[in-house]
Design a protein around this ligand. Sequence first.
Ligand code: PLP
Length: 405
Amino acid sequence: MPGFEFFGAEERKEVNDVLETGILMRYGFDGPRKGMWKAKELEKTLSDRLGCAYAQLTSSGTTALTTAMAALGIGAGDEVIMPSFTFVASVEAVLSVGAVPVVADVDETLTLRPDSVRAAITPRTKCIMPVHMCGSMADLEALLAICKQHNLLLLEDACQSTGATWRGRSLGTVGNAGTLSFDFVKTVTCGEGGAVLTNDQYVFEKCDQFTDHGHDHKGVDRGADEHPYLGYNFRISELHAAVGLAQLRKLDRFLEIQRRNQQALHAILATVPEITFRTVPDPAGDSGTFLSWFLPTADITQAVVEGFRAAGILPGNFYWFNNNWHYVRKWHHLKEGHSLYALSPEQLDAMEVIRHQDFSVSDAVMSRCISTAISLSWTDAQLQEKGAAMVSVIQSVLSSVGATA
Ligand SMILES: Cc1ncc(COP(=O)(O)O)c(C=O)c1O
């Protein structure tokens, strides 16, 4: 997820535009800003490029999720079904609006397993939140059908998948709302930032107000604005938006390189018959930020991870099963309800449920999965060298397993 790899004069120029006016805030100061509205321009460029009616910038992907949930009316006691594999921010955002996370299993799409979602529905379920992890997509056809059947909202966490599509539609624009992250390691970076995407004018207006203390933004005098709703400060700054604008203009180039490099690595790993690959419901829409692949067993996968470490090629290869942030197995702080402030009784009950929940179905997927991050800056020679080194370790592990079997 490497927008920062292609950083240069374009980003500097956009930032300098803002520094020259000295107006770092996205609202107000209409005179001194001399027509410079970087956040507004980025919102328009985002919605045009991604093909949705509205984009609302936020200070992060996490606050984009919180904002989207608030705008969709998700709050105290509402249950949100989410996958066991996601960055922990998705859970934090659910808790932040007083809602209750219900964790469902993942399948080889690396996100929500439709059967597990169906089994998790209760009368309190309000929303299904697929997380389009590692640049690719959930089984949106199945999840949309479940939402329709049970009258549920679909909120897409597309924070890791800017530019990916499903059947020609950008991820994040298919459900009632979707979110993007522009933090430093994402496909497009602002340094820090995020966005809510939606086609629903009501949802957009609420996002616009919620991210700025509830200001209705109807006049030019902020002090005279009405505040129809409670809101917070989840604003992006003009400096961050300026960086994002330059980055977003490069998105098509990023995607083209990522996809080419991903396919080249795929071809190399596919020479090992024991390797299988992530299920991608619409392969043309994969943004190519990662190549996610599976080995036959957890033991073999762990031996390959150790082999990569010993060979000095582990960086860039993510074994999420052992990661403290992305997989439910190591979310001890959540499971034990370690919060600085009091969580609601429903939320504490939900933590207890997650603590004792059987995630063996997810474990069977995640314990065999490695995601290789795709770099924009690899030369062909580096890519071939990397692929060959990976294959060499994998084959050596497989042959030693074969020898002892
Ligand atoms: C799936 C997912 N959701 C949400 C977030 C939160 O984004 P941010 O870091 O911009 O708050 C991230 C960030 O890594 C993420 O990967």
